[in-house]
Design a protein around this ligand. Structure first.
Ligand SMILES: [Zn+2]
Length: 55
């Protein structure tokens, strides 16, 4: 099996800009949209939008 890089994506809170979650990119190459997840941010103490952040 060829080992391809499996980039981890950081999910950054849109409000406080902190990185709270990590996820892996799905295999879909066509999906170049930035991912957005609604997650609980412990810093904001509420559900916020978490955006994919490169690096
Ligand atoms: Zn936050």
């Amino acid at each position: 099996m060829a080992t391809k890089k499996k980039p981890f994506i950081k999910l950054q809170c849109k409000e406080c800009k902190r990185i709270n979650y990590f996820t892996r990119k799905s295999k879909q190459k066509k999906a170049e949209r930035k991912l957005e997840f609604k997650k609980f941010c412990k810093w904001c103490r509420k559900n916020t939008i978490h955006k994919e952040s490169k690096r």
